[in-house]
Design a protein around this ligand. Sequence first.
Ligand SMILES: C[S@@+](CC[C@H](N)C(=O)[O-])C[C@H]1O[C@@H](n2cnc3c(N)ncnc32)[C@H](O)[C@@H]1O
Length: 252
Amino acid sequence: MTPRESVFDSPGTVGKRPGVGDLMRTIERVLPDGGDWCDLHKAHTLAALVLALRPRVIVEIGVWMGGSLVPMALALQWLDAHAAPALERLEQRGKIYGIDPWSPVASVAGEDDATNVAWWSGVDHETAYTKLLLRIADLGLAPYVGIARITSDDFEPSILGAMPGVVGCGIDLIHIDGNHTEQAHRDAKRYLPHVRVGGIVVFDDVGWGGGGVARGVEWAREHGFVDLYALGTGLVMQRVADALHDFEEALT
Ligand SMILES: C[S@@+](CC[C@H](N)C(=O)[O-])C[C@H]1O[C@@H](n2cnc3c(N)ncnc32)[C@H](O)[C@@H]1O
């Protein structure tokens, strides 16, 4: 590597296999089209988590224009095209399930902050949804993405472990970035029991006013998840324990 080259500029090949440089550059190029909720560090980190986990089931609560969903979907697409067959953990490609109602009513539910209520009431949710669909089509990501246009409360996470043709149990990676009120705590309680041991949860905005996200993080800590590292204003955690007796309680 010459002094001018970055890691991503290097040839990045092992034998005849392409490296991840193309993927990371594509993510950087398309990131602005997804709005500005997800910065480049987070986008690259989410993609790197996908490369490391080789997930079968990813869930994102709160999609908007795909700022964070598209980088993860691009990583799934890249794995499908370039991952070493000898290391293939799974028989079928991974998929990311995006859950979002794109509804101003849902966006302001439980929100006390007047500035947030005004912003979310005024922003055009329909256009954001349409832009997401166009991005998925333009980038060839349809095989890797499932969209559920409903609230996280109305989605049943237990079906993810029992999808037709899907082997295994549960969620490998989940990004909780929907409504940040008490809803985030509820999302943690409903979805995290379905994350497999070794799986990852990424919380967005853990310091959000009202404490809903922080209560979600606390619930995770009490139910077999440990902090890995901060990610911007968010937190990456991993499930290390199979505290099923606690989870059963949460599911009732
Ligand atoms: C901050 S944005 C998500 C940003 C996106 N993850 C990114 O990085 O670009 C929050 C999203 O949560 C969605 N949302 C609001 N209430 C929701 C709910 N109850 N369930 C799921 N999504 C919800 C909104 O429609 C909005 O798209």
